[in-house]
Design a protein. Structure first.
Length: 174
């Protein structure tokens, strides 16, 4: 039962003596138990995190100087304004193609050639005067040969969802 002590149970006496409840101990732990602490009555788990790991804060200053408030003037030459044609990241190449004809390869064997009017970071694009080429592979039921055919269609304006884009480039000159 819950109220029994270790001596009431059938254990060897050395075992019972070791685990007998001591006054002021927790669940029969002995004073040499590492969780008991250093004898101050406070276990290491009772010590707060700041007492245990951090040194005390330095004393506060009561006055501010001008260098604390205003940064010192610099004599450095300001950085030149970035060029509008500079390429620093991959989407800058797409930015340089605005209002130009581009070639876009899409999933599903689709290709687009058209004038880039707008785009965003997801590569969603608005193209104008677009020629779409779809490559379809059919299998002849009699000979089981692959028959490749291309379907072309033209659109005045087309929105392209960016998750289908594989490649964006200037159109090939072939």
């Amino acid at each position: 039962s819950i109220g029994e002590t270790a001596t009431n149970r059938k254990f060897p006496s050395a075992f019972a003596d070791r685990y007998r409840r001591q006054p002021g101990s927790c669940k029969g732990r002995t004073p040499t138990d590492p969780y008991k602490g250093d004898g101050t009555g406070q276990s290491p788990r009772d010590v707060t995190h700041t007492q245990k790991r951090h040194p005390p804060n330095p004393p506060l200053r009561n006055s501010l100087t001008m260098s604390d408030v205003v940064p010192a003037p610099t004599t450095a030459v300001p950085a030149p304004a970035p060029e509008t044609n500079a390429v620093e990241e991959p989407l800058d190449l797409v930015r340089l193609s605005l209002d130009e004809r581009i070639y876009v390869k899409l999933r599903g064997d689709r290709e687009l050639r058209g004038k880039l009017h707008a785009y965003d970071g997801h590569l969603n694009m608005v193209l104008g005067d677009v020629e779409e080429t779809i490559t379809v592979v059919d299998i002849n039921e009699e000979t089981y040969e692959e028959v490749i055919r291309t379907v072309k269609r033209n659109s005045e304006m087309l929105f392209v969802r960016g998750d289908g884009v594989i490649l964006v480039s200037p159109p090939s000159r072939a």
